[in-house]
Write a protein that binds this ligand. Structure first.
Ligand code: SI3
Length: 289
């Protein structure tokens, strides 16, 4: 069965300070209520690229303290500062015992493939852990070809990809050519087609509030019950459409706050929520959770 992995939301107060107790609660909620198989920590959903190194380390530490070994944890350590990425990788693997790390493709500067490959090989060089390439071309501008994925996968420590893209032709080509590498899908609204291609897991932000439907989709596809998979994906996409229209991370946080976990605010420069957004989130909880 493909794994369901929540891309973890991280709560911040109005000043942008980590709300530690709420973080503990949202980890526990994902384990006991959402019953997910794992957490992706420090990704886009965790607002990671706006945080300092100390806060990133604190988040990895708290998540591990709460989750212990009950579920799989993947630490996203990627950073434009390669030395920070290496420091975080060493910290999560050697001091906290994470077995998998992940790293976003370096963004902003137009790095060529050789530079990007060196970045990945350098990050894994000194740690004993598997690395999942975090590919999200819409946000990074970095598109790998099938052969370029192949070059990255030549490194035995690079064991898979978190594939956040809508190119199902490339996804299928990678699935067929690299059956031993892990393929995680990243777009929750495309979970059904990704599951049909044969993913090993899905990593998503909306699983914080919609894990049960996501699990139903995976189960239905694996049981060849396409009618159920389509029905549940359609309900899911009604929800995701409304979440996106109301502001993705603010709405996900507000929905969990409505469920009793105070998720605070998004980190500046992201906007703080408005009263209208709160009202929409409350309605979504009534209708979908
Ligand atoms: O890094 C992460 O936190 C993710 O796993 C990201 C994940 O792919 C999400 N993408 C972003 C940009 O947030 C999706 O779960 C996405 O929010 C969802 O499919 C709605 O578009």
């Amino acid at each position: 069965m493909a794994q369901l992995i929540t891309a973890l939301l991280v709560p911040f107060d109005e000043q942008g300070k980590l709300m530690e107790e709420s973080l503990r609660q949202v980890v526990e909620y994902n384990i006991t209520e959402n019953k997910v198989d794992g957490l992706y920590v420090g990704g886009s959903t965790g607002e990671n690229f706006m945080l300092d190194t100390t806060t990133k380390k604190n988040i990895f530490k708290i998540v591990k303290e709460v989750a212990e070994d009950r579920i799989e944890l993947i630490a996203q350590v990627g950073s434009l500062n390669i030395y920070e990425a290496k420091e975080l990788a060493a910290y999560v693997v050697n001091e906290l015992g994470y077995q998998k790390i992940s790293s976003v493709t370096p963004f902003y500067y137009k790095f060529d493939f050789e530079e990007i490959k060196n970045y990945y090989f350098e990050i894994v060089k000194d740690v004993e852990a598997e690395l999942i390439v975090y590919s999200i071309p819409a946000l990074t501008g970095v598109n790998f070809s099938e052969d370029q994925f192949g070059e990255l996968f030549e490194n035995p420590k690079i064991t898979g990809v978190k594939y956040t893209a809508g190119d199902f032709y490339l996804m299928e080509r990678l699935r067929s050519r690299f059956p031993d590498k892990l393929m995680y899908s990243g777009f929750d609204e495309m979970l059904l087609p990704a599951a049909a291609v044969g993913i090993d897991g899905a990593i998503g932000s909306t699983f914080n509030v919609n894990a049960k439907r996501a699990r139903q989709i995976l189960t239905a596809v694996e049981g060849n019950d396409l009618a159920t998979a389509r029905k549940v994906q359609a309900e899911t996409n009604d929800l995701i459409q409304k979440i996106l229209a109301n502001g993705l991370y603010n709405t996900l946080k507000l929905m969990l706050t409505e469920k009793g976990i105070d998720m605070g605010y998004c980190h500046l420069p992201m906007k703080h929520y408005t009263n209208e957004q709160v009202e929409v989130a409350q309605e979504l909880v009534k209708e979908y959770m």
